[in-house]
Design a protein around this ligand. Structure first.
Ligand SMILES: [Zn+2]
Length: 409
């Protein structure tokens, strides 16, 4: 062995796991602490770890790890370091310098072997990704089917509590047509948590309002459940206890696919005037105030994301005064999703208004943070604007939503 090669190897050995990970783009240049992410070889989500404290890396799935940059670069590059030539190739890779002239090199045969290993792993990764997608699709199909069952299994003959709830939250008596959409289940199970055998636990059973999510073709793609307890003023929702973090469990749940679909509240989708916002109660408050206009279709999007759609990342902006603690506990200004819609959105990324709609009224929630909501509503207006259609947003008084305005709750 020559001194030049010795020096070359020592230089490579001096490269730390973190330095090698930075050069491979696995972590950023200022990385410190523990990193979990996809393995450069077998991918996955969080099976691959790097620790700056231990100066080590490891893949749970490949069952392999190391404490120097050489081993990490060899792993990522499928280099077999058991042979002298492979080891030297990894050294060259980790310091980014060509091998000294006199060094032993990988033979053509060894190089071909390496290429074969890379090809085989690539094929394996692709098969695993296809498998995951198939599973995701199967899960989604099952969810859609179950949520359709929940909706079609519910009664269009309203439970007294569902009718009383809508009256209390909007101040208006609902016409019978509303209950074709907003159905009732007197004994609806609220699933939460899993037992030691992995089965979901029936956490609560009670009266629920069951609404459908309907796609532009009129197909039910999901359902929206609201549990009701008329003894619990002012919002008339049951107290379901708290989750593991101590936050109250939500009294609303959405199942199946909601993105790109909407909840019909009153009227027909063939109407040219559409009015709707995020929530069911707000939409019905406005419908009531307008005396359920026969020329109007009232709807709810279910949540703000489905109403307003994704933002163009370039329009992100810093909130003028809201801050949030970062990972290290430092207060940073909050970044807000901007007023510009993401370009080239697919129709299933947010709810759609039908082509024949000429007048669209969007209802803002006044009880959410005002700058965040204003950016989102501006985004919704731009996203849904067409030639021959007017789009406007109605705002309730500051700090209220329309439901609160009508009922003073
Ligand atoms: Zn791996």
């Amino acid at each position: 062995m020559t001194a030049a090669i010795d020096l070359f190897i020592e230089e490579a050995r001096a490269v730390s796991v973190v330095d090698a990970a930075v050069s491979l783009g696995i972590v950023g240049p200022s990385f410190k602490g523990n990193h979990a992410g996809p393995c450069p070889v077998c991918q996955g989500k969080d099976r691959f770890a790097i620790s700056s404290i231990k100066g080590a890396w490891n893949c749970r799935n490949c069952g392999i790890g190391g404490k120097d940059g050489i081993s990490l670069v060899a792993h990522a590059g499928h280099i077999d370091v058991r042979s002298r030539a492979g080891f030297l190739a990894a050294c060259a890779e980790v310091i980014g310098k060509p091998l000294p002239d006199e060094a032993e090199r990988e033979t053509e045969e060894q190089r071909a072997e390496r290429r074969k290993r890379i090809e085989a792993q690539k094929a394996k990764n692709e098969a695993a990704a296809a498998d995951r997608e198939k599973q995701d699709n199967a899960y989604r199909d099952r969810e859609v089917k179950q949520s359709r069952g929940l909706f079609f299994g519910a009664s269009a003959d309203p439970h007294a509590d569902v009718a009383a709830y809508l009256k209390a939250r909007t101040s208006y008596d609902m016409p019978a047509e509303v209950f074709a959409y907003l159905r009732s289940n007197a004994r609806c199970t609220y699933w939460h948590g899993r037992d030691e055998r992995g089965h979901e636990i029936a956490h609560y059973t009670g009266v629920a309002m069951i609404a459908p999510f309907v796609d532009p073709a009129g197909q039910v793609t999901g359902c929206h459940q609201t549990w009701i307890d008329m003894r619990c003023e002012p919002k008339f929702r049951p107290d379901l206890g708290t989750d593991a973090r101590g936050d109250p469990l939500p009294t609303k749940k959405m199942r199946g696919t909601k993105r790109g679909s909407l909840i019909p509240l009153f009227g027909l989708m063939s109407s040219t005037r559409w009015v709707g916002g995020e929530g069911i109660e707000n939409g019905l408050s406005i419908a009531g105030a307008e005396k359920f206009r026969a020329d109007t279709f009232y709807f709810a999007a279910g949540d703000l994301g489905n109403l307003c759609g994704p933002a163009d990342p370039k329009s992100r902006f810093v909130h003028p005064d809201l801050t949030k603690a970062d990972k290290n506990g430092r207060q940073r200004r909050m970044m807000i999703a901007g007023p510009e819609p993401k370009v080239d959105q697919a129709p299933d990324e947010a709810m759609q208004a039908a082509d024949h709609v000429t007048e669209l009224v969007l209802l803002a929630d006044g009880d959410s943070e005002v700058i965040f909501t204003a950016a989102a509503m501006a985004r919704a207006e731009k996203r849904l604007t067409r030639d021959g259609r007017t789009v406007e947003t109605w705002w309730p008084p500051v700090g209220m939503d329309f439901s609160a305005l009508m009922t003073r709750y």
